[in-house]
Design a protein around this ligand. Structure first.
Ligand code: CP
Length: 310
């Protein structure tokens, strides 16, 4: 089938993936990538990973995905320091030039809206690998794929998001994506300082998506999945604000005991104390599988971009 999402071929925002049939097709293709592991659809193509912020999973899984599809990779893992940005080059100029060397650009940048700006000037597909506190759409696709694999559906799930909901681009992207699903209910747990941004709450209201906002971890026995996030020290303007909220929630064996046995724990990683390693080997812990799923989702997206008809 021909796979196309809104805004094709760029991947900038999860609101591009409105169609559940399309999502399921991407998930099926990701499962195929998991089985096949090596293909040649990107033979002769190049991917540039342009990262202005640190990354382990996103950059390396995109690069692994491209290599497994038979393509090549050019990588700038610290573009903030080692690209011509240091000499004052604009993002737009950098994208225009890099786009003349490669066939797709994976961009992580500290400014919200940077990926959309890049797409406006690029002649090759731009994949948003995180734009400040904005979005991280491929993370949300792999999060949703993990839920789909665990539950066999994205519908009628009760999903609780915990931690830094204000700055977390993964939470923003996943909320927009899950908001499209029938029967979904969202629970947002955060300190007041890190509550979900008002524009996203307004979006949920407009779409009629049921949600609850809380400051305590409670009502866990009705939850299907908890999506835990790190309190991101690097996003705070004031260290006092960070000190006030750090360590607000810790998912431990005791917390886990309150969840129903079928519930799953997800985390985009890296973690910084909010997820006790003591729960890593329990069947509810899905976060390492989730990180692995990133490879298959990113292979699927690249295959869709290069093959066009998949
Ligand atoms: N989840 C995620 O984006 O991880 P990295 O920052 O390591 O890419």
């Amino acid at each position: 089938m021909v796979m196309r999402w809104d805004g094709w071929p760029h991947v900038l925002d999860t609101r591009q993936f409105k169609n559940t049939k399309l999502l399921i097709s991407i998930f099926r293709l990701a499962s195929r990538m998991n089985r096949e592991k090596r293909l040649s659809c990107a033979k002769g193509k190049l991917l540039a990973s342009l990262f202005y912020e640190p990354s382990t999973r996103t950059r390396l899984s995109f690069e692994a995905a491209m290599l497994r599809l038979g393509g090549g990779v050019l990588s700038t893992e610290n573009a903030q320091e080692f690209s011509s940005t240091v000499k004052g080059e604009t993002l737009e100029d950098t994208i225009r030039v890099v786009g003349s060397y490669v066939d797709v650009i994976v961009l992580r940048h500290p400014e919200e809206g940077s990926a959309i700006r890049a797409a406006g000037t690029s002649k090759v597909p731009i994949i948003n690998a995180g734009d400040g506190s904005g979005q991280h759409p491929t993370q949300a696709l792999l999060d949703a794929y993990t839920l789909y694999r665990e539950f066999g559906t994205l519908q009628d799930l009760k999903v609780m998001m915990v931690g830094d909901l204000f700055y977390s681009r993964t939470v923003h992207s996943l909320t927009y994506l899950l908001a499209q699903q029938k029967g979904i209910k969202l629970f947002f747990v955060s300190p007041p300082l890190l509550a979900m941004p008002s524009d996203i709450i307004a979006y949920l209201k407009e779409k009629g998506v049921p949600y609850e906002q809380m400051t305590e971890l409670s009502g866990l026995r009705n939850i299907d999945a908890i999506y835990v996030t790190r309190i991101q020290k690097e996003r705070f303007r004031s260290i006092q604000d960070y000190e006030e909220v750090k360590g607000s929630y810790v998912i431990s064996k005791e917390v886990l005991a309150q969840l129903p046995p079928h519930a799953r724990i997800l985390h985009p990683l890296p973690r910084a104390g909010e997820l006790d390693p003591g729960v890593d080997n329990l069947p509810q812990a899905s976060y390492f599988k989730q990180a692995e799923n990133g490879l298959f989702i990113r292979m699927a997206l690249l295959k869709a971009i290069f093959d066009k008809d998949v």
